[in-house]
Design a protein around this ligand. Structure first.
Ligand code: SAH
Length: 230
């Protein structure tokens, strides 16, 4: 819900990342590197300002999250996005974060996007093809699937990292089930007032949950309800 800068002064992806570092949002070198490598402009619909620190509409009552939210989520998940690990991006929208995940987990890992609007799956696939994550998409270490993300994506479970890009009224059990012991999920929970929750599955399978910050995301809901605008 914060905004660290506005206006159109930032006209380069590098400038956006520099700003996120200047404002103390990005402290990780790896996250800065990945966000520099994946040009956000390739994922934001034409005519909008891709480097402003604000969510932008992407159609279908959805938005691409603000750069500072993408950065925060990447940092919260960084230890679970090491080379060779598996990451699930629920509500992958534009594909931006799925692309970042693919670079972090590398060719031996897997980055899976699940999105329930077929047109956004096509949009994200086209975006990824133009980006520095084109090769992982080609190799199959990155894939985006049409589906109800509340069910996760069992095919490649369990996951080291799960990111949910839409707010759930409560944490869907299948997502907890698909988390590896030692795995971490970042998920906005709530209706109008939402908390970004960090869910850790401990090595004994027990769950620890903490609140990171207050956020405002579009709902994790059915396709019909989303298209009706509810
Ligand atoms: N991380 C994405 C966020 C897009 S907004 C980005 O920054 O581009 C949230 C996305 O969740 C939307 O694309 C919406 O269509 C999707 N979504 C909402 N409910 C869903 C569900 N049940 N299953 C799959 N995707 C869902």
């Amino acid at each position: 819900m914060e905004q660290f800068w506005s206006g159109s002064a930032i006209n380069e992806n590098k400038g956006m990342v520099d700003n996120l570092q200047r404002y103390g949002v990005i402290t990780s070198k790896k996250v800065a590197e990945v966000m520099e490598t994946i040009d956000r402009a390739l994922f934001v619909p034409g005519g909008l300002q891709p480097y402003v620190d604000s969510p932008m509409p992407i159609g279908y009552n959805a938005t691409i999250s603000a750069p500072h939210m993408h950065a925060s989520c990447l940092q919260l998940l960084e230890k679970n996005l090491q080379p060779g690990m598996r990451a699930l991006d629920v509500g992958s929208g534009t594909g931006y974060l799925t692309a970042c995940f693919a670079l972090m987990v590398g060719p031996e890992g897997r980055a899976i996007g699940v999105e329930h609007i077929p047109e956004l799956v096509s949009f994200s696939t086209e975006n990824i093809k133009k980006s520095a994550a084109a090769q992982p998409l080609k190799d199959g270490s990155l894939s985006v699937h049409i589906g109800d993300g509340r069910q996760g994506w069992p095919e490649f479970a369990p996951y080291d990292a799960i990111h949910v890009g839409a707010a759930a009224p409560e944490i869907p059990q299948p997502l907890i089930d698909q988390l590896k012991p030692g795995g971490r999920m970042v998920i906005p929970v709530g209706n109008i007032f939402q908390d970004l929750k960090v869910v850790d599955k401990n090595s004994d399978g027990s769950i620890s949950i903490r609140t990171e910050t207050s956020v405002r995301y579009v709902p994790l809901t059915s396709r019909e309800a989303q298209l009706r605008g509810q």
